[in-house]
Design a protein around this ligand. Sequence first.
Ligand code: 5RP
Length: 221
Amino acid sequence: MQPEDKKRIAAAAAIEYVEPDSIIGVGTGSTVNHFIDSLALKMGARIKAAVSSSEASTERLRGHGIKVVDLNEVGRLDLYVDGADESNSQLQLIKGGGGALTREKIVAAASDRFVCIADDSKLVQILGAFPLPVEVIPMARELVAGELRALGADPRLRNGTVTDNGNQILDLHGLEISDALELETRINQITGVVCVGLFAQRPADVLILGTDQGIVSYTAD
Ligand code: 5RP
Protein backbone atom coordinates (compact mmCIF):
# COMPACT_ATOMS: atom_id res chain seq x y z
CA MET A 1 0.00 0.00 0.00
CA GLN A 2 1.26 3.50 -0.84
CA PRO A 3 1.94 5.89 2.09
CA GLU A 4 -0.92 8.12 0.93
CA ASP A 5 -3.36 5.19 1.11
CA LYS A 6 -2.11 4.32 4.59
CA LYS A 7 -2.75 7.92 5.66
CA ARG A 8 -6.22 7.75 4.12
CA ILE A 9 -7.27 4.59 6.00
CA ALA A 10 -5.87 5.90 9.30
CA ALA A 11 -7.80 9.14 8.81
CA ALA A 12 -11.02 7.29 7.98
CA ALA A 13 -10.66 5.13 11.11
CA ALA A 14 -10.53 8.23 13.33
CA ILE A 15 -14.10 9.14 12.34
CA GLU A 16 -15.41 6.58 14.84
CA TYR A 17 -14.14 8.84 17.65
CA VAL A 18 -16.26 11.77 16.46
CA GLU A 19 -19.54 12.22 18.33
CA PRO A 20 -22.56 13.80 16.60
CA ASP A 21 -23.25 17.39 17.71
CA SER A 22 -19.71 17.82 19.02
CA ILE A 23 -17.10 20.52 18.41
CA ILE A 24 -13.80 18.87 17.55
CA GLY A 25 -10.20 20.01 17.27
CA VAL A 26 -8.59 19.51 13.86
CA GLY A 27 -4.85 19.44 13.18
CA THR A 28 -2.82 20.11 10.07
CA GLY A 29 -1.09 18.19 7.29
CA SER A 30 -1.72 15.71 4.50
CA THR A 31 -3.13 13.01 6.81
CA VAL A 32 -5.47 15.51 8.44
CA ASN A 33 -6.58 16.64 4.98
CA HIS A 34 -7.85 13.08 4.44
CA PHE A 35 -9.54 13.25 7.85
CA ILE A 36 -11.30 16.52 6.94
CA ASP A 37 -12.52 15.02 3.68
CA SER A 38 -13.81 11.90 5.49
CA LEU A 39 -15.39 14.03 8.19
CA ALA A 40 -17.30 16.06 5.62
CA LEU A 41 -18.41 12.91 3.82
CA LYS A 42 -19.41 10.79 6.82
CA MET A 43 -20.47 13.34 9.46
CA GLY A 44 -21.19 16.47 7.40
CA ALA A 45 -23.70 18.68 9.13
CA ARG A 46 -23.86 16.30 12.10
CA ILE A 47 -20.94 17.99 13.86
CA LYS A 48 -21.51 21.43 15.30
CA ALA A 49 -18.15 22.98 14.43
CA ALA A 50 -14.38 22.58 14.47
CA VAL A 51 -11.50 24.40 16.12
CA SER A 52 -8.69 24.51 13.60
CA SER A 53 -4.93 24.50 14.17
CA SER A 54 -3.96 26.36 10.98
CA GLU A 55 -5.15 28.68 8.25
CA ALA A 56 -4.74 25.81 5.77
CA SER A 57 -7.06 23.47 7.71
CA THR A 58 -9.53 26.30 8.29
CA GLU A 59 -9.74 26.85 4.56
CA ARG A 60 -10.28 23.15 3.86
CA LEU A 61 -12.91 22.77 6.60
CA ARG A 62 -14.81 25.83 5.37
CA GLY A 63 -14.53 24.58 1.80
CA HIS A 64 -16.53 21.54 2.93
CA GLY A 65 -19.08 23.75 4.69
CA ILE A 66 -17.85 22.87 8.19
CA LYS A 67 -18.12 25.77 10.62
CA VAL A 68 -14.82 26.86 12.23
CA VAL A 69 -14.94 28.54 15.64
CA ASP A 70 -12.39 30.23 17.90
CA LEU A 71 -11.05 28.13 20.78
CA ASN A 72 -11.80 31.01 23.16
CA GLU A 73 -15.50 30.65 22.40
CA VAL A 74 -15.69 26.98 23.33
CA GLY A 75 -13.22 26.31 26.14
CA ARG A 76 -12.40 22.61 26.31
CA LEU A 77 -12.83 20.07 23.54
CA ASP A 78 -13.62 16.35 23.80
CA LEU A 79 -11.49 15.34 20.84
CA TYR A 80 -8.47 16.47 18.84
CA VAL A 81 -7.39 14.66 15.68
CA ASP A 82 -3.97 15.38 14.19
CA GLY A 83 -1.04 13.77 12.39
CA ALA A 84 2.60 13.51 13.45
CA ASP A 85 6.09 13.40 12.01
CA GLU A 86 7.23 10.75 14.50
CA SER A 87 5.74 8.82 17.42
CA ASN A 88 7.40 6.53 19.94
CA SER A 89 5.66 3.70 21.80
CA GLN A 90 4.69 6.10 24.61
CA LEU A 91 2.86 8.15 21.96
CA GLN A 92 5.22 11.07 22.55
CA LEU A 93 5.39 12.89 19.25
CA ILE A 94 7.46 15.12 17.05
CA LYS A 95 5.16 17.52 15.20
CA GLY A 96 5.52 20.71 13.21
CA GLY A 97 6.73 19.42 9.86
CA GLY A 98 3.94 21.56 8.43
CA GLY A 99 4.87 24.51 10.64
CA ALA A 100 1.65 24.56 12.68
CA LEU A 101 3.17 23.25 15.93
CA THR A 102 2.15 26.09 18.26
CA ARG A 103 -1.53 26.12 17.42
CA GLU A 104 -1.49 22.32 17.33
CA LYS A 105 -0.06 22.24 20.84
CA ILE A 106 -2.68 24.70 22.06
CA VAL A 107 -5.59 22.70 20.64
CA ALA A 108 -4.09 19.43 21.94
CA ALA A 109 -3.74 20.98 25.42
CA ALA A 110 -7.40 22.01 25.33
CA SER A 111 -8.61 18.52 24.39
CA ASP A 112 -9.55 15.59 26.60
CA ARG A 113 -8.62 13.01 23.98
CA PHE A 114 -5.91 13.31 21.31
CA VAL A 115 -6.18 10.82 18.45
CA CYS A 116 -3.08 10.80 16.27
CA ILE A 117 -3.33 9.47 12.70
CA ALA A 118 -0.37 8.46 10.54
CA ASP A 119 1.13 5.94 8.19
CA ASP A 120 3.27 3.28 9.83
CA SER A 121 6.59 4.89 8.83
CA LYS A 122 5.99 7.43 11.61
CA LEU A 123 6.36 4.92 14.47
CA VAL A 124 9.99 4.96 15.69
CA GLN A 125 11.97 3.58 18.62
CA ILE A 126 13.78 6.83 19.38
CA LEU A 127 12.50 10.27 18.43
CA GLY A 128 14.81 12.64 16.58
CA ALA A 129 15.63 11.32 13.11
CA PHE A 130 12.97 13.77 11.92
CA PRO A 131 14.37 17.27 12.60
CA LEU A 132 12.63 18.72 15.67
CA PRO A 133 10.86 22.02 14.83
CA VAL A 134 11.10 24.98 17.20
CA GLU A 135 9.04 28.13 16.56
CA VAL A 136 10.99 31.25 17.52
CA ILE A 137 10.38 34.98 17.72
CA PRO A 138 12.39 36.29 14.72
CA MET A 139 14.52 38.80 16.68
CA ALA A 140 15.63 36.02 19.07
CA ARG A 141 16.54 33.50 16.37
CA GLU A 142 20.32 33.57 16.77
CA LEU A 143 20.13 33.82 20.56
CA VAL A 144 17.91 30.73 20.65
CA ALA A 145 20.08 28.91 18.09
CA GLY A 146 23.11 29.34 20.36
CA GLU A 147 21.25 27.86 23.33
CA LEU A 148 20.06 24.94 21.22
CA ARG A 149 23.62 24.23 20.03
CA ALA A 150 24.63 24.06 23.69
CA LEU A 151 22.04 21.26 24.06
CA GLY A 152 23.79 19.31 21.30
CA ALA A 153 21.42 20.19 18.46
CA ASP A 154 22.23 21.48 14.99
CA PRO A 155 19.57 24.18 14.42
CA ARG A 156 18.81 25.12 10.83
CA LEU A 157 16.47 27.92 9.80
CA ARG A 158 13.52 26.69 7.72
CA ASN A 159 14.04 29.06 4.81
CA GLY A 160 11.06 30.93 3.46
CA THR A 161 8.71 29.78 6.23
CA VAL A 162 6.71 32.26 8.29
CA THR A 163 4.28 30.61 10.69
CA ASP A 164 0.60 31.57 11.01
CA ASN A 165 1.77 33.50 14.10
CA GLY A 166 4.37 35.54 12.14
CA ASN A 167 7.39 33.66 13.53
CA GLN A 168 10.27 31.56 12.16
CA ILE A 169 11.13 27.88 12.57
CA LEU A 170 14.46 26.33 13.49
CA ASP A 171 14.65 22.62 12.64
CA LEU A 172 16.92 20.75 15.05
CA HIS A 173 19.04 18.08 13.38
CA GLY A 174 21.25 15.50 15.02
CA LEU A 175 19.16 14.70 18.11
CA GLU A 176 18.48 11.28 19.62
CA ILE A 177 15.75 12.06 22.10
CA SER A 178 15.90 9.58 24.98
CA ASP A 179 14.06 11.81 27.48
CA ALA A 180 11.43 13.74 25.56
CA LEU A 181 9.81 15.20 28.68
CA GLU A 182 13.07 16.71 29.88
CA LEU A 183 14.05 18.07 26.47
CA GLU A 184 10.61 19.64 25.98
CA THR A 185 10.93 21.40 29.33
CA ARG A 186 14.48 22.62 28.64
CA ILE A 187 13.66 24.01 25.19
CA ASN A 188 10.47 25.65 26.47
CA GLN A 189 12.58 27.55 29.02
CA ILE A 190 14.77 29.27 26.41
CA THR A 191 13.82 32.93 26.07
CA GLY A 192 12.59 33.62 22.55
CA VAL A 193 11.16 30.12 22.01
CA VAL A 194 7.44 30.19 21.28
CA CYS A 195 6.97 26.44 21.14
CA VAL A 196 8.86 23.20 20.54
CA GLY A 197 7.29 20.48 18.43
CA LEU A 198 7.81 17.80 21.08
CA PHE A 199 4.51 16.51 22.44
CA ALA A 200 5.64 14.66 25.58
CA GLN A 201 3.90 16.62 28.33
CA ARG A 202 0.75 16.16 26.29
CA PRO A 203 1.30 12.98 24.22
CA ALA A 204 -1.37 11.39 22.05
CA ASP A 205 -3.91 9.15 23.79
CA VAL A 206 -4.50 6.94 20.76
CA LEU A 207 -2.29 6.34 17.72
CA ILE A 208 -3.98 4.98 14.60
CA LEU A 209 -1.54 3.74 11.97
CA GLY A 210 -2.30 2.74 8.42
CA THR A 211 -0.25 -0.35 7.53
CA ASP A 212 -0.08 -2.88 4.69
CA GLN A 213 -2.23 -5.12 6.89
CA GLY A 214 -4.83 -2.42 7.55
CA ILE A 215 -5.37 -0.32 10.66
CA VAL A 216 -3.35 -0.84 13.85
CA SER A 217 -4.25 1.20 16.95
CA TYR A 218 -2.13 1.83 20.04
CA THR A 219 -2.75 3.45 23.36
CA ALA A 220 0.16 4.79 25.42
CA ASP A 221 2.10 2.04 27.28
C1 5RP B 1 2.00 19.93 10.95
C2 5RP B 1 2.19 18.62 11.62
C3 5RP B 1 1.71 17.41 10.88
O1 5RP B 1 0.83 16.73 11.69
C4 5RP B 1 2.89 16.54 10.57
O2 5RP B 1 3.85 17.30 9.86
C5 5RP B 1 2.48 15.32 9.75
O3 5RP B 1 2.11 15.72 8.47
P1 5RP B 1 1.59 14.72 7.37
O4 5RP B 1 0.25 14.22 7.83
O5 5RP B 1 1.51 15.57 6.12
O6 5RP B 1 2.60 13.60 7.24
O7 5RP B 1 2.70 18.51 12.70
O8 5RP B 1 2.59 20.97 11.67
